[in-house]
Every structure is written in C-alpha cells, then in structure tokens.
Design a binder for this molecule. Structure first.
Ligand SMILES: [Ca+2]
Length: 275
C-alpha cells in the first residue's frame, strides 16, 4: 500500500511539474505619445464666431477672423516639446486671393519651449521668404494671400509653442497654419512574460523593450522560498530553488537601459514533494 501511494505521488509530481502558468504584461502597441491635446488660442478676440482653432483644424475652408490689430498672434500649444522646423499659412481676402497681396501688413513667427521665453524667427535664421520684404529682423511684409511658401528654420529647434504673428484686418481670413512639428517618440515600454512550473521552483522570464537593447532582471522570491539565479541573456532570465511550503510566489522586474520597466508576479503550488 505504501508503495502504491509512492507511485501515485510520483505521477502527481510529474504531472504537476509539467504544468506551467505564464503571465504576460506590457505591450509595444500600448506605447502612446505623452503629448497633451493641442490647444489653439489667440491674443485678440474673434468676431462672428470664427474661432482661433479654425486656423489649425486641417480644413482650408474654415478660418479665424479678428478685427484690425497690429502684430496679433495665434498660438499653437502642441502639448509637448518636439521639433519645430517651419511654418506656412493660408490667408484669403474674403475667400479670394487678389494679386495686390497683403501689402505692408507684417507677418512673423516665434516659438517657445515653456510659453514664457520666446524666440523670433528672423531672416538670418530661416529661408523661404527671401522674395518678401524682411523690413525688420523678425518681420516681413508684401506677402501674397493664399500660401506664400514655408518659412523654414535653418536649424530645427525644440519647441512646444508656436506663434504666427500678423497685422490683421477683418477681411483678411487666416484659414490655416501648416506647422512642421515632430512630437517626441513615445517613451520605451517593456513587455515581460513570466513562466513558472508547479511542483518545483523553476521560473523563467523573457521580455523586450521598444527601445531595443538588453534587459536587466531582478527576482524577488516569496517568503519561505530560496532561489538561485540560473541563466541570463539579453532578453531572458531564469531561477531555480526549493519549495519550503505548500506554495510559493515569484516576482520579476525587467528594466531596460532607459529605466523603463515591467513587473510580474505569480503564485504557484509546491506540490508538497520537493521540500
Ligand atoms: Ca482651417
């Protein structure tokens, strides 16, 4: 009878050892930009419900309209610091593009990282508007209606806020701004899979980072469990040890070179056979 129990126990242990549980966490597809939603504002009031956002909504048929204010601006807050490289605009005179152009009405562009300290684009730091009158370092006039072409920075800069400045008038509709802005890449994410076997303490973890490169693994055995690090590679790690109770828990954290990490924990049965 004792022998029979021993055989059954052996079968149970074997079956239990074969069983595994895997938990996966994190996903590269879950990586999202950290930029807040874009906000468009203006320093002068709109008229006829032509909102400032209409100047940056991707639709040429909508426009922002104000009264006659010199050197007013529309500000685009991208919600994060990215790379700003150039700006073009679409303006009309009552939906037309007359040949007389905008005359002596000035235009210019500035940018900021924090919304407090601003840098104006100048003729010396840009290209694209050489055909127009650069009457002040930061200001041009005699631009045409429609699209004059992109004012392009010689060296792209880091910015969160971009302002388009212009001398406005009611019939000068600002239909759209075309801003060359590249948001920063989303922060790296680590995906991690932890697999442990019942009956013995044998766990393995594998993972990857959207940033690429090697991962470092940190193992935290539950109470009453001792483990020995077995094997590490750039993307996998494993431990083995002894069960000292009826169950054990195991937690592993994988961290990439940027500091992004993912953790996972499992609780498994010891099987009562390998104390
Ligand atoms: Ca528009």
């Amino acid at each position: 009878m004792r022998r029979m129990i021993g055989r059954w126990a052996a079968v149970v242990v074997l079956a239990a050892t074969m069983a595994t549980v895997t938990v996966t966490t994190g996903s590269p597809a879950a990586a999202q930009s950290t930029c807040s939603p874009t906000k468009v504002t203006a320093d002068q009031p709109m008229i006829q419900n032509r909102f400032p956002s209409f100047a940056f909504d991707g639709k040429w048929g909508t426009f922002f309209m104000t009264d006659h204010f010199d050197w007013q601006y529309v500000q685009v807050d991208f919600g994060c610091v990215g790379t700003f490289a150039g700006l073009d605009r679409l303006m009309s005179w009552y939906y037309t593009s007359p040949s007389f152009g905008r005359g002596l009405q000035g235009e210019g562009v500035s940018y900021s990282v924090d919304g407090s300290n601003w840098t104006q684009l100048t003729g010396a730091t840009t290209s694209g508007w050489e055909a127009y009158d650069n009457y002040a370092p930061h200001a041009w006039h005699s631009l045409p209606f429609d699209r004059p072409g992109e004012l392009r920075l010689d060296q792209p800069v880091q910015a969160r806020y971009v302002r388009f400045h212009w001398d406005g008038a009611p019939g000068h509709f600002l239909h759209e701004l075309y801003i060359d802005f590249t948001p920063p890449p989303p922060p790296p994410t680590v995906s991690l899979s932890l697999q442990c076997e019942t009956g013995v303490v044998l766990c393995s973890a594998s993972g990857s980072s959207t940033a690429g490169g090697a991962l470092s693994f940190a193992w935290q055995p539950g109470s009453g469990t001792s483990i020995t690090r077995q094997n590490d590679t750039a993307t996998t790690s494993s431990v083995a040890g002894r069960c000292t109770g009826s169950s054990y828990s195991m937690r592993v954290t994988a961290t990439d070179a940027t500091g992004a990490s993912a953790s996972k924990q499992l609780r498994m049965s010891c099987g009562g056979t390998l104390r």
